[in-house]
Ligand binder design. Structure first.
Ligand code: MG
Ligand code: MG
Length: 255
């Protein structure tokens, strides 16, 4: 079932969204060549707990860490490790919290030092696609309108859209209905109603849309070894314009 959230509930979801947004910004400051992804993860866990929240991904279906940290050709669900970031890598950071019984979930792809033009374009277009999708999150539209807006934007660049994973509703659970895919047709899918809260999260590949799951059963990696970017925000569906609960402002004002 799809939950419609009251304004009080949306306020709690926004509190989570702000903790997640601030965590991503603090991680962003620490994304430099030489840092290990496990060091970033430990920092995030402490930061989230210091804000009275709980890392939502930790132990979620057995996931072992606080953040999903996905380097270069890892699309999503990378497990933090001793790998030290290198100049020119791109790092997708996905973060979730639970606070006062509600959840937060957002993601951002960072450049490690100087990256090449192709990486910059991949990141820019993926983030633009997210905002094109968000713009459709208004009462009366359908899930397919969000999906089509994302798809139309990224396919101009011949990028691959990951099919295996989608955005989702969020509330008293991390992942709720409806699924919010990054490809689809205008006018299709569930109708958007006031108070629906969804995470929109394009996962976009430089090359093929195809990915494979590694033996750890988490890490999803592109089949052709090309890079992937991932941006995610939490959005409440409203009548006139979407209410974006999480934000990249903390990140982009500190870089
Ligand atoms: Mg999500
Ligand atoms: Mg996420």
């Amino acid at each position: 079932m799809i939950h419609l959230r009251t304004n009080d509930e949306i306020a709690l979801l926004k509190e989570n969204a702000l903790i997640v947004s601030k965590t991503l910004a603090e991680i962003g400051k620490r994304v430099v060549p030489g840092v290990s992804t496990l060091e970033l993860d430990k920092f995030a866990e402490t930061f989230i707990r210091d804000h009275g929240a709980v890392p939502a991904f930790l132990n979620y279906n057995g996931f072992p860490n606080t953040l999903c940290l996905s380097v270069n050709d890892v699309v999503v669900h990378g497990i933090p490790s001793g790998y030290r970031l290198q100049e020119g890598d791109i790092l997708s950071v996905d973060c979730g919290t639970c606070y006062k019984g509600y959840f937060g979930d957002s993601a951002y792809t960072f450049a490690v030092g100087e990256v090449d033009e192709a990486a910059k374009q991949l990141m820019r277009i993926t983030k633009e696609a997210l905002f094109k999708g968000i713009a459709q999150a208004i009462v009366g539209n359908r899930i397919g309108d969000i999906a089509a807006a994302v798809q139309t934007h990224v396919e101009q660049f011949n990028y691959g859209i990951l099919r295996e994973m989608t955005g989702h509703g969020i509330g008293r659970r991390l992942h709720e209905k409806p699924d919010v895919p990054n490809y689809g047709k205008r006018g299709n899918g569930k109708r958007l109603r006031e108070g629906m809260v969804i995470c929109i999260e394009p996962m976009i590949n430089e090359g093929t849309q195809e990915a494979f799951l590694e033996e750890d059963e988490w890490t999803l990696r592109t089949k052709d070894g090309k890079r992937s970017a991932h941006y995610e925000l939490t959005v409440a569906v409203r009548k006139e314009q979407p209410e974006i609960l999480s934000t990249f402002e903390f990140i982009e004002n500190t870089q």
